[in-house]
Ligand binder design. Structure first.
Ligand code: PRX
Length: 644
């Protein structure tokens, strides 16, 4: 069991924080209603999700809530016709939400842009028309390689509005990764920006796109649309490259919304797994919108006056579901901040909260741990009294960070929603609600309509307190519809490891009260600052270097990032002729990985070895390297981790 260092503290946490009476009185879902919902979901989970679907607008309702005839290839709401963008924008224009703020955006230098629902709707329509005039049609793939800009929201929604499929690639990935994903998705068009501001510097994004497109497949990318952001002297390659502003200027602000079948794809999002090849996770219109709308409304208890800020990057699933789609479908006001959270100093988060009167702040343990280092001087100087709920996602939060967040940011009155979910699940799965008693470090219990458990390799529930595999026992609406072009990998990765159950890839335990505690990944996937990176991806980047013969990468605990990567490398002969010292070679290899994968996959340390521990079949036993590194007992070699 992968259970070490910082995470140890989770095992010993016994404090319980109960919601204040006011919170219970004001919550949209009171304890009685929650009990009823739970009871309905247990009795008939399809009727529970059907009720959730009725909260949205459809062009045509479903023939059936769930078609499980070809499980695990589940189809939610078959027969229905809809478009998530109709729910995120069009329908609000007909209501009192029309002139409500949909998006508050702040750039790192301090510039601001605000859009009402009506204004956002018009901008999306303009870009939707531009896309259509560029020949993008229903089903085409569009890659978005963008920083956090209003145009990122606009582009995502415009692509979905016309029935095309977006695939957002996080800006921290390299040109090589971008190219691979453009090719894999067979993208027809790329939207990017000239650059963006990050920690006082300008990142030249267009240059990375140019490099990626140099070797992209011939039948891909006909057009690259570039948003003006950072006055970078971008090289525009005619006729391929077009400025966003020139395109939208001539377009009309109205545009038809494509009528989609329920399981038509909405987006593709690549996510790391156990092999070097990332999986293109596919989400579709109907189930996804039902899942994110219900979970956001309940977990964050949305009220008409809320200002909701999720600090995630839109390049990850959290940004898709809870910066853009979820808040807009739910009709709330979402905040987006372009830059570095410590720029110009460590009070930026608190400053943004105070200036816009943010009521809900949803962020990550890594960011909280980073900010904790600066003490309480910064939060104390800002008015954080508007906050009423806090949230955490992406990695286990250690009780110390939880308590700091609760006390110094939430003024001991804001419950923290520690939400467990994944790219694949699309929506929150395990999370407290504002009325739940909270245990710092636990993700609480499965939400109504979701059945989660901790089981052994045969699928039997393990006793309270004992570690096991986290599984989901019933399908849920926002579940991925599959892995792009690879139905077999979808079945093998998620549904065959523990037959009949969705295998999440995490190890967890349940306590005596049924609270779930996530302990980390069960497979060879790293979680660095909440970012999922496959050890195999880093290893294949390393072995691509001519002086690397073999490589093994493990995650080791880190007090800020939760986990960092360490590599063990067997070198080939001859490196001495090129590098003066082994330190020079180490830094060359670190730079090499950064170049190959991008800044998201930074190697913290690197050690040279002459052999690596392997199984009889030749598979590297990273677990042994990890146990050695952490000074732990290597133990039984047939532990849980061997499942993957
Ligand atoms: O290991 C779990 C961890 O993040 C993984 C999913 O990563 P990704 O698909 O990138 O999505 C991240 C944001 C939804 C999970 O398998 N994880 C996610 N949320 C939590 C978590 N670990 C502990 N506590 C959480 N709240």
């Amino acid at each position: 069991m992968d259970q070490t260092g910082a995470l140890d503290a989770l095992l010993h946490e016994e404090r319980v924080f109960r919601p204040l009476p006011q919170m219970v009185i004001e919550a949209n879902l009171n304890p009685h209603e929650l009990e009823q919902a739970q009871e309905q979901a247990n009795r008939d989970f399809l009727s529970y999700w059907e009720d959730a679907a009725h909260e949205l607008d459809w062009f045509k309702k479903w023939d059936q809530v769930l078609d499980d005839s070809n499980a695990p290839h589940y189809r939610w709401f078959p027969g229905a016709r809809c478009n998530i963008v109709y729910n995120a924008l069009d329908r609000h224009i007909e209501t009192a939400n029309k002139n409500k703020l949909a998006l508050i955006w702040e750039g790192e230098p301090g510039d601001q842009r605000k859009y009402t629902y009506y204004e956002l709707y018009r901008e999306v329509n303009r870009f939707a028309n531009a896309l259509r005039s560029l020949g993008v049609a229903k089903g085409d793939r569009v890659v978005l390689y963008m920083p956090l800009l209003p145009e990122t929201t606009i582009a995502m929604l415009a692509v979905a509005k016309i029935g095309a499929v977006h695939s957002m690639i996080y800006g921290g990935f390299s040109a090589k990764v971008l190219r691979e994903r453009i090719n894999d998705a067979k993208a027809k068009l790329v939207v990017t920006a000239d650059g963006f501001y990050r920690n006082g510097r300008v990142v030249n994004l267009k240059q990375i796109v140019d490099e990626a497109l140099l070797g992209a497949c011939a039948e891909c990318v006909e057009t690259c649309v570039v948003v003006h952001r950072a006055n970078v002297d971008a090289e525009m390659h005619e006729p391929r490259d077009l400025w966003y502003e020139d395109l939208v200027r001539r377009e009309r602000p109205s545009s038809p919304t494509e009528v989609m079948d329920a399981d038509d794809p909405l987006f593709l999002l690549y996510s790391s797994g156990t092999t070097g090849k990332p999986k293109g996770i596919v989400h579709s219109h109907a189930g996804y919108m039902v899942g994110i709308n219900r979970t956001l409304n309940w977990v964050f208890d949305l009220k008409p006056t809320d200002i909701f800020w999720c600090t995630a990057d839109t390049g990850w699933i959290t940004g898709h579901s809870y910066v853009i789609y979820g808040p807009l479908v739910a009709g709330t006001t979402t905040v987006m901040y372009e830059g570095h959270p410590l720029y110009p100093q460590a009070d930026r988060l608190w400053d943004v909260v105070a200036r816009y009167g943010v009521t809900i702040l949803y962020t990550s343990p890594t960011l909280i741990r980073m900010l904790m280092r600066f003490g309480t001087q910064y939060p104390r100087q800002k008015d954080l009294s508007t906050l009423r709920l806090l949230g955490s996602v992406g990695e286990p939060i250690n009780p110390e960070a939880w308590v700091w967040l609760h006390k110094h940011i939430g003024g001991a009155k804001c419950p923290i929603m520690d939400t467990w979910w994944q790219t694949e699940t699309g929506m929150f799965m395990i999370s407290p609600l504002p009325i739940s008693p909270l245990k710092p470090g636990s993700v609480n219990k499965a939400l109504p309509g979701v059945e989660a458990d901790v089981v052994d390799r045969e699928g039997n529930p393990v006793p309270a307190g004992k570690g096991g595999f986290l599984v989901i026992k019933k399908p849920w609406p926002a579940m991925m519809s599959g892995i792009d072009n690879d139905p077999e990998r979808y079945e093998n990765t998620y549904w065959k490891k523990i037959p009949g159950m969705y295998f999440a890839g995490d190890v967890a335990r349940k306590d005596e009260d049924g609270y779930i505690w996530i302990q980390g990944r069960a497979d060879d996937v790293l979680n660095i600052a909440g970012h999922r990176i496959g050890t195999a991806e880093v290893e294949s980047a390393l072995v691509a270097h001519r002086f690397v013969n073999e490589a093994a990468v493990i995650g080791i605990p880190d007090t800020i990032k939760g986990e960092v990567a360490k590599a063990f490398v067997i070198l080939t002969d001859g490196w001495e002729a090129e590098y003066d010292t082994s330190e020079d070679l180490v830094s060359a290899l670190k730079n090499h990985v950064r170049r190959e994968l991008g800044p998201v996959a930074v190697l913290k340390s690197l050690e040279f070895r002459t052999t690596l521990p392997k199984t009889r079949s030749g598979k590297i036993m990273r677990r042994i390297l990890k146990a050695e590194e952490l000074g732990e007992d290597v133990g039984d070699t047939s532990t849980l981790e061997d499942l993957d």
